[in-house]
Design a protein around this ligand. Structure first.
Ligand SMILES: *[C@@H]1O[C@H](CO)[C@@H](O)[C@H](O)[C@H]1NC(C)=O
Ligand SMILES: *[C@@H]1O[C@H](CO)[C@@H](O)[C@H](O)[C@H]1NC(C)=O
Length: 137
């Protein structure tokens, strides 16, 4: 599970005006991830022939959000689309110019209030591939 407490929408709705990631919500995600790892290790050790890999989405995503400049981003609180604090999904597409889309999405970690930008997705994809490539025969 990703660091849900760092999503712009979640900070806007539950952050009480604080612009930081919400630690208590991120803790729910890390607790879930820990249970997933324990269960996966159990299944892995119990079912012969099973090839199971748990990819860590949390750590790289959290690092991109909390240290955006290292990855070439200048903004990780607001998203590219709309006000960048609430908007998501269907109102943030190429046909919704009325909302306003930022001039350069490459500067933003988030495309909309709950989804990463293309550039952030690409960094995540490379990271996840590196984590999982040992399983490719
Ligand atoms: C499953 O077992 C393999 C081989 O021992 C190991 O490489 C892999 O990390 C294990 N996966 C999990 C989720 O424990
Ligand atoms: C968009 O931003 C990225 C990252 O800061 C930068 O490398 C790129 O040159 C910018 N593109 C334009 C058209 O300004």
């Amino acid at each position: 599970m990703i660091p849900v407490g760092c999503l712009p929408l979640v900070i806007t709705l539950l952050g009480f005006g604080n612009n930081q990631c919400i630690a208590s919500i991120n803790h729910l995600a890390t607790a879930f991830n820990q249970k997933l790892i324990v269960t996966s290790e159990f299944l892995n050790n119990t079912l012969p022939g099973l090839r199971l890999l748990v990819l860590d989405f949390y750590t790289p995503y959290f690092d991109i959000i909390t240290r955006p400049a290292i990855y070439g981003f200048s903004e990780s609180r607001r998203a590219c689309c709309g006000t960048g604090l609430y908007e998501a999904s269907i109102i943030c597409n190429l046909n919704s110019n009325s909302l306003g889309i930022c001039s350069n999405a490459s500067k933003y970690v988030f495309w909309d209030a709950s989804h990463p930008s293309q550039d952030a997705s690409k960094i995540m994809a490379i990271n996840l591939f590196e984590q999982g490539k040992s399983l490719i025969p």
